[in-house]
Design a protein around this ligand. Sequence first.
Ligand code: COA
Length: 260
Amino acid sequence: MAYTTLLTDVTEKIATVTINRPEKLNALDARAKAELRDCFAALRNDPAADVVILTGAGEKSFVAGTDIGELSRLDAAGGKEFSEEGQSVFDAIANLGKPVIAAVNGYALGGGCELALACHIRIASSNARFGQPEVNLGIIPGYGGTQRLARLVGRGRAMEMILTGVQIDAQEALACGLVSRVFPPAELQPRARAMAAVIASVGQFAVRMALKAVNMTEEVSLGEGEKLEASLFGLCCGTKDFREGTAAFLGKRKPHFTNS
Ligand code: COA
C-alpha cells in the first residue's frame, strides 16, 4: 500500500517502515499516525514480514514528536481523546506479535521517544538524542511515555527526564538502558538489518513466544510470569522447529526451520 508519510519495504522477511516527513523532522501529524496504524495492522497479517525495522527519513531525526501545530488546537476533552488515540496506535506496535526494532537515527523527542519505547528493541546512531520535552509545552507525555519510560530506565531517571524535559545523547541512553546498542550513523541501518536477519533466521514460533513472555513482565508478578513461561516453553516443545533445532545441533548441521 502507498502512504503519504511512510515509506515501506518488505524483503527477505524484514519489513522496514520509514517515517517520511524529513522537512518537519518526521513529526507525527494525524495522517502519519493513521498511516502507522494501517501499516502495522497490515504487517500483523503479512506472512512475508517476520521482523520490522522502524526508522526516520533523513540523517537528523527519528521523530521530533507529535506535530505541535495540531497539538496546539486541543482543549481538555480533545486532549484526552488525542492521548488515547495515540496510545492505541503505539500499543498496536508494542502488541504486534512480531519483533519491532527501532533504529533511532537522530532526534527521538516527545512522541518520538514514546514511539521508540513502544518498540521491542532500540538501537541508535551516535547522533541520536532522546527526551520528553512536553513540560516545555505545558503538557505531559501522552503516548505511553510516563509508563514505558519509567518501566524501562527506572522511575528516578524517567522522572528527571520528564520533569526537566532534558535531552540525553546516545551514550547516556545506552548507559541507562534506553537503547541497547549505539553505532556510527552510517552503520545504523545495516546493523539494524543484520540484527533483524538474525531474528528472521530462527524459528518464528519461538520468537513470538519469547516476545509474549518478555512483554508479560510489565503485566504480571514473577510467579505468574514463570507460570506463563512454562506454558509457552511447553508449546515450543510441541513444534517441528524444536525437533529440527535440537536434531540439527546434535547432528552437527545447520537447522532448517519451517515455522511449524
Ligand atoms: N511538530 C511540528 N513541527 C516540528 C516539530 C514538531 N514536534 N519538530 C520540528 N518541527 C519542524 C519545525 O517547526 C521546522 O519547520 P519549518 O522549517 O517549517 O519552520 C522543521 O521541523 C525543522 O525544525 P527546526 O526547529 O528548524 O530544527 P532545529 O534543528 O533548529 O531544531 C529540534 C531541532 C528537534 C530541537 C526542534 O525542532 C524542536 O525542539 N522540536 C520540537 C521537539 C518537541 O518539543 N517535541 C515534543 C512534541 S510533544
